[in-house]
Design a protein around this ligand. Structure first.
Ligand code: FAD
Length: 500
């Protein structure tokens, strides 16, 4: 950047700051020193880093609209940020821009146990919602494995999922209304007239639905009304081992075809099973070619009957061992193994790339066979551990940077994403497009599709200042080197969150 551009950038940021000091007073926390801003230069996609021009931490949600208005007035780009656990670079800032860090807005504002609704601030962590309502026998269902730290604002932006979203749906199914500061600085409630008493089916266009999953490009969420569920009476979990991958995939389809919707169906292939077992000693069969973890929940009698049916379907599909969790401790051990999968990959390879793609559930076997072919053609191993019930694959491309395998791993990960699209699936299941996959969007969407999406985005944000350079391919983004080795989020290193 030349000196003139840098001076211009500084002048605009100073103007934003001067306005905000007047409007918001000293309670608005400002991080202007480079060392303080550094903590906001990346999310969990640590291969992308940009030092933001300014970081603002509102102390109160009434400060968000003045920030957005000041940015608009002075032509400064901005990005909302929750916990920074995003895996697609969605919260990546711009050098000339502002990060609006919402972590301090973390209150549970209201719980209505009769209507089974909670109204929360965007910086509330996913798990804090369930914790706040547990006393009523309620919980918030979407369960990303980062739920201890990721925020509901980030979940809304990414339409986040988790192992139990097969039965209960993704974030979009649980958000009733979103109070939003739009990019013109006005505040509206999307999805309902009254966020404190949200309706379940608001008339008119579903703008709430547009906002959820828009990756922070349509405004900044300041209050969110979420649907709560009653905790299930009974939870039962089994592990089924199979002699080959297709048998496990066919079992997944057979269970769903039988009209059964388990709370979760997760799958691991042999590489993943061995790594997890060696790391956690969960009692998995190291010789199984594939294992399914199937969990059912609901009323006791119904659960017992469906559990019998699922067990029978596993046996019909060549299951070699059926292990049923005898108690909560065994259930926890089974899940601990699954949750340790990504961390356990370190036993197999010093580096790996994590993909996130979707295929139709009926084409799982085909997808895994295709991944195996691509893997042998590239001479690199791929471990598979994923949300099988949703067809949401998380292939892990294992490689050694020191052997110069990085570019081949990149190419293989991209080929896997394209395979998912070719099989009628999607580029992303739950981690979003962000900057990571923006350049792959034309593989899935026609120019007309992308133009239509861009027009929708522009209807919310004609200035283009709200989280720019995300989701859509741009010459700047697509000219850059893509991706990079897996690097743990600092909270993964402390063992607080797991990636799975
Ligand atoms: C170890 C690990 C495990 C994970 N497991 C899962 C998983 O199981 N399932 C899953 O779906 N994801 C998972 N993720 C990804 C990540 O946790 C989710 O995408 C999560 O929703 C991000 O929340 P955050 O608060 O960290 O958001 P950030 O990373 O801070 O931001 C994510 C996006 O949300 C936008 N945003 C944040 N707050 C707001 C707001 N108030 N208004 C508007 N936009 C906003 C940002 O601009 C950005 O585009 C995992 C990540 C890690 C590191």
């Amino acid at each position: 950047m030349d000196a003139q551009a840098a001076a211009d950038r500084r002048r605009k940021l100073d103007a934003v700051l001067a306005d905000l000091r007047r409007e918001c007073g000293p309670s608005l926390r400002v991080l202007a020193v480079a060392a303080e801003r550094r903590a906001y230069e990346t999310d969990a996609l640590t291969s992308h880093r940009v030092l933001p021009g300014l970081v603002l931490l509102p102390a109160d949600r009434s400060q968000v609209a003045p920030i957005v208005r000041a940015c608009l007035r002075h032509g400064v780009p901005y990005v909302a940020r929750g916990a920074g656990t995003g895996l697609s670079g969605g919260a990546l800032p711009t050098e000339s821009g502002v990060v609006i860090a919402l972590a301090k807005l973390n209150r549970i504002l209201d719980v209505d146990p009769d209507r089974m609704v909670a109204v929360v601030e965007p910086g509330a962590t996913n798990l804090s919602i369930s914790a706040a309502v547990a006393g009523y026998g309620l919980y918030y269902a979407p369960d990303p494995s980062s739920q201890v730290v990721c925020t509901i604002g980030g979940n809304v932006a990414e339409n986040s999922g988790g192992a139990h979203c097969l039965k209960y749906g993704f974030t979009s199914h649980h958000v009733l209304a979103v109070e939003t500061v739009l990019p013109d600085g006005s505040t509206v409630v999307l999805g309902s007239d009254d966020i404190e008493a949200p309706c379940y089916d608001a008339p008119g266009y579903d703008l709430r639905g547009v906002f959820v999953g828009a990756e922070g490009t349509c405004g900044v969420a300041t209050r969110i009304a979420v649907r709560l569920l009653r905790k299930p009476e009974v939870v039962r979990t089994l592990v089924a081992d199979f002699p080959d991958v297709p048998s496990a995939c066919e079992t997944v389809s057979a269970v769903i075809a039988a009209g059964i919707v388990p709370a979760a169906i997760e799958m691991m292939d042999n590489l993943a099973i061995r790594a997890c077992e060696d790391a956690v000693h969960a009692g998995y069969d190291r010789e199984a070619a594939a294992s399914l973890i199937i969990e059912l929940d609901g009323p006791g009698e119904e659960c017992a009957e469906l559990f019998e049916q699922v067990s029978a379907l596993c046996s019909e599909h060549a299951c070699t061992r059926l292990r049923i969790a005898a108690d909560d401790a065994e259930r926890a051990a089974i899940w601990a193994g699954r949750k340790a999968a990504f961390a356990a990959m370190g036993r197999l390879s010093p580096e790996f790339l994590l993909q996130d793609g979707v295929v139709p559930r009926t084409r799982l076997a085909e997808a895994l066979a295709g991944i195996a072919d691509l893997s042998s053609a590239a001479g690199l191993r791929v471990a598979n551990v994923f949300h099988a019930g949703d067809g949401n694959l998380h292939p892990l491309v294992l490689y050694r940077e020191s052997d110069g395998e990085g570019p081949a791993a990149e190419a293989l990960a991209a080929a896997i994403a394209e395979l998912c699209v070719a099989l009628g699936g999607s580029l992303s299941g739950e981690h979003g497009i962000g900057v990571d996959k923006a350049c792959s969007m034309p593989k899935m969407f026609s120019p007309a599709d992308l133009t239509a999406m861009d027009r929708l985005r522009a209807a919310f944000d004609p200035s283009g200042l709200c989280n720019p350079n995300k989701v859509f391919p741009t010459p700047a983004l697509c000219g850059e080197a893509r991706g990079g080795a897996y690097q743990p989020h600092p909270l993964e290193e402390t063992g607080k969150i797991q990636r799975w």
